[in-house]
Design a protein around this ligand. Sequence first.
Ligand code: PNW
Length: 481
Amino acid sequence: ASCYATLNNKKFPDDFMFGTATSSYQIEGAWNEDGKGENIWDRLLHTNPNFTVNGDNGDITCNSYHKYKEDVALVKDLNVTHYRFSLAWARLLPNGHVDQINDAGVQYYKNLIRELRANNIEPLVTIYHWDLPQGLQDEGGWTSSDIVDRYADYARLCFRLFGGDVRYWMTFNEPKEFCWQGYGEGTNAPGIKAAGTGEYLCAHHVLKAHATAWHIYDEEFRSTQNGQVGIVLDTNWYEPATNSTEDKIASDTKLQFIFGWYANPIFRGDYPEVMRNNIQRRSLAQGLTKSRLPEFTPEEIEYVKGTADFLGLNTYSSMLVQPRKYTDVSAMGNEYDSEVEEWYDDSWPKGASPWLVVTPWGIQKLLRWIKNEYNNPRIIITENGYSDYDGTLDDVDRINYILQYLSGIRDAMDEDGVNVFGYTVWTLIDNLEWVFGFTNKFGLYHVDFNSPNRTRTAKKSVGVYQNIIRTRCLVNNCIDS
Ligand code: PNW
């Protein structure tokens, strides 16, 4: 309890948006019902059950496709003002193309949005959270340039179908994760191993697709729908291992390779210089005739620049960094190109997820870095949260995590003037945590995966979060801000 003494004691602004988040594949289930098409996660986990712990998959998971009203009631009960969820591309467009629309899928999301609105909850809609229609993967997926137009068609359809009731759109969730894990190291769907090229090609097409969707919204929908379009990027804070200049440069370089990779083209124009330089140099040293990092034309640089009305930030952990000591020039992959090595300090408390450490001191440093690097963008923390193994209802570790990270965010707003306008807990209900299946539990509500009803039960964190939102305060008595 001693940590409570250090929590920020200033009220959050009255218009600060508190929410919670989910994604389609992780909660919906009903994988082949009512005309939904197969996606890359359905295919991967059906053909390769060993991909996940215990062979878990999203066939049924929380059954939210059938239980959305109950989920919205939980969101309402939580006291939050907004709910972030994602649209399943293959539920709307079974083969990925707009020439065949699945009406039942359209109706599902209309119902969900109507239910949220009826309860005064603002929907925050992610257009793509990792579940590409398998048909589009068969056409080359995110490493084929065709995907840019397919995504643009899909995004336009989403704006047209749902945009009357949606003020906040997010084009992509964490492209760094799905490009690197999906097309680089191969540990997420579609499981392709092409480190050093695949992740860069994927990212290049994601950036063009994002920009195209933003321009479509800007030109065709903004004046009538009055919404905002952003993107959700994820990163750790990378703490220099020592005070040395080399380690500080390594920290900046790593942030550029993980976060600037996407943020720089959108908020400043083009890939970060250190990425262009390192990848070019290493590519030539590998005997290639040109860089493995694709190039934007000057027109493309201008087209992508300025295409975010806000920045969604997912952040959970910090790592230590220093320059990589043994740089084998043949080693392929984003982490080798950065020439930085990263690790977790053994003393940092851990969650169940192997990448989750409790380092609330990192979030203020990260927010400050982003503010300075990108000219003070409007930021919403679209994900932050804590995993355990047992899904205990007495989830004090989750409570402490959320309180301390919120305190760091409030410090960044207060001391550094970072423009944070909202915070979204990952996640509403325990769900399919990708390759970790049902063994890593992030939910504010427990889900009983052994009962056909998938019964939801509030954890202790629900009461704490309700109270934070009611008082706009992390301690017993806040001072006005
Ligand atoms: C995010 N990392 O993924 C995703 O957006 C969610 O779908 C997911 O359930 C949640 O965070 C918890 O994992 C991440 O290695 C996966 O740092 C890995 C990392 C970060 C985020």
